[in-house]
Design a protein around this ligand. Sequence first.
Ligand code: HEM
Length: 494
Amino acid sequence: MLLILALIAIASGLFFMNLNYMYWKKRGVPGPEPTFFVGNILDNFLVKKSLADLYGEIYRKFQDARLVGIFKAGTPTLVLRDPELIKDITVKSFQNFRDNELYLDKSVDPLSGRNPFFSKGDDWKSTRVLLTPGFTSGKIKWIYPLLEEVSKNFVKYIEKQPETTNIKELCMRFTLNNVGTCAFGLDAKCFEENNPEFKQIADKYFSPVGFKNVKLLLISIIPALAKIISIKFTPKDVEVKLTNIITQTLKYREDNNIIRNDFLHIIHQLMKSHKDFTEVDATAHAAGFFGDGYETSSIAMHFFLYELAANPETQIKLREEVNKAFEENNNTLPYEEIQKMAYLDAAFSEALRLHPPLGSLNKMCTKNYTYVPKSDEIIKKSFVIEEGTPVILPLYALHRDPKYFDDPDSFKPERFLDGKKDTVKYAFLPFGEGPRACLGQRFGSLQVKIGVAYVIKNFEIFVNKKTTLPIKYDPMYFLTLPREPLWIDFKKIR
Ligand code: HEM
């Protein structure tokens, strides 16, 4: 009897899953045929392709469509292909797509669960309002001397390294030192010690190791699972160490009446002025600055250095601009000057275009939205994008589309010069767009630019032959990272 019931349950499950796979067909939305149970994400599930590559393939296959219907396992999901539609969803109709799809439960993961990236609805809004004053241009300008100090020490550190270096590791030490001083007023000691505490924490926080990796892969493929199986992003020991560092620093400042105009001070003030802002909130947001502050920036910076090493002519042009800026400012690089450096800005944008640290963005429809097709479109009738439908913005694929970027696989900073005329705004969105765009864009961009400017002034850089080319992205990591490290040779300019 039990066996018969089990067979009936399996048969009904199969029946409804197949019926579900008609979801997009019924609405006239084009899309690839799903494979039973995994839908259209088999290659990511089998760790053969990164999500950036997988969505890229789907994006390229449906050239005539503004949006494509796929299935993440059994969940009907949309992949957007059209910049105008992306603008609508991220800006004009933001209220219908307010949340990111990825979800972490605050009670299971008290630190990452409070990060705005994972927060939802009004919770997200109030957190964003509270944290925004910590990221204004005034605040970023104030911390600039700290970044200058770290950059000078970075040059000395590179001088002592072997000529051939794993640049991800190198850039991570740089961004960790920046975050240590700008957020907490602490020296992360990543240039003095081989394995300082901050680096140990960082290695565990994001590193794609062991079971955590499987869990991360699972929530990036099927985010709804995070709710069901209580996934924790922050490992327990990282949570404990970060909490200790932050509470001890806060207490020290309180006891000694120390006021330092940095991110921790802003958090401290919030604790005093807002009854609902608890010590856990303070710790979570300081930890959030730490996590958000070093990894995406070190990924962006290491790809930027790689592209400069691989494109010597661009490297020479950038060095000319950097040298001129230093010469005109008494061998320093003031904040106002770095803002004016058009080639540095263009080359950074171009590196972000080729290798966006977030290869795709997962949004969530939070209120029914009626999609009205254009008259010449492959979709012929309007349909409702239902609340609860995940919507993917395939950044990597958009950034490499020849429709928007001529010769898209080449590194050509010139396309971003002269008012960025070669770019379509919503086809280039390495920091996202709209009210939920990256909160740390100013800080992230500035630390990458100053770090690269100091490197290029002091070293000629070359791709070492240990580097595996062409670059393939790691399917086991949720950010855009090469499968194999990139190796660069540094030659000191005398
Ligand atoms: C080059 C470096 C960086 C890149 C490429 C980057 C990229 C992004 C992207 C694509 C998003 C998602 C936007 C969206 O959903 O539309 C995001 C969100 C976010 N980023 Fe960054 N980021 C960088 C650096 C930073 C830094 C340095 C910080 C903080 C110190 C930071 C804090 C955040 C936060 C808090 C969010 C969530 C915003 C929200 O949902 O309201 N990011 N970032």
